[in-house]
Design a protein around this ligand. Sequence first.
Ligand code: TXA
Ligand code: MG
Length: 342
Amino acid sequence: LWTIHQTLPADLRNQRIQEAAKALQDGKTIAFPTETVYGLGGSAWKPDAIDRIFSAKGRPNDNPLILHIGSKNQLDELVLQVPKLAETLMDAFWPGPLTLILPKRPEVPERVTGGLNTVAVRLPGHKLARELLQASGVPVAAPSANRSGRPSPTTAAHVEKDLSGRVDGIVDGGATGFGLESTVVDATGTTPVILRPGGITSEAIQKVCGSVEVAEKEDNEAHPQSPGMKYTHYAPDGDLYIIEGSTAFFQKNITSAQKAGRQVAALADDKELSELKPDTAVSLGAAADTNEAARRLYAALREADEAEAEIIFARSYASDGIGGALMNRLEKAAGGKYLREG
Ligand code: TXA
Ligand code: MG
């Protein structure tokens, strides 16, 4: 474990980054923070490391990985060409929480891309992540550093909980910023197609590119869904419902579940929680704020599970901007179950 927090003296910080970078070059698996969630990293050029990423996570073999780079120069060894659309998106959003699907070079292993002729690439905005990637100089395949079927980790403690004994090292850089995974965009055509909503909103992409499409359905023939989206997503142990309505309606649902003898957890902002009486109150922030709720969502779901809640009610958020990604993850966790007032 390398703890690399802001306060560390520069020489010690550099030394630890160099050690972790060397481990990646040597084919070790290293978990590290990004601005979205923690990733479980391994060199794209080390088949053993890639195998160990899949087995550590318990990840289906045909679900391709995102390659993380520390600088744009590294693109040349991964992609055949950078379409004009991709160039526009990179200029606007890199470094940052945007993953681009691009035509792959034959050298990129099939194991990384799930046999597709495209490769997913991302240049993270997180300072420590970029320093680590630059120091290693290799493209680093990194899915979220959770066991498959668990919420993505937003702290090093979450990574340890899920992957202890299954990963060679963890770089602890504190809590991640955004808290939800990157936006995945197919940039091989003339119109950007969002395969997975995330940190970069569809509104922002539309503004820069003049148009945007969203691949919503699995059976979308024109744009087959990002392979990862077909797998069951994280579902908490408790039965999760999204609440749309007043605080009184929220409490009414809590009360009736408790009357039925159930342990109830409520996910909402502190202001609303102060008016609710669940068995376990889980905070999504001080006041209703989508950014804050996005940052806290995965930790909140872990907390509800740890409290052994049988029923979980979560407040719904407006789905514009960042709320699009937030509600996408919440709906997946709830299996689409809403409770609407009236
Ligand atoms: O924010 C993130 O993207 C985090 C951090 C660690 O960077 N990583 C992450 O990786 O979320 P992962 O493996 O959990 O999700 C990768 C997604 C999956 O839905 C996968 O199917 C999709 O990207 N993907 C990867 N390569 C693809 C390709 N060639 N075509 C379409 N989708 C692809
Ligand atoms: Mg994931």
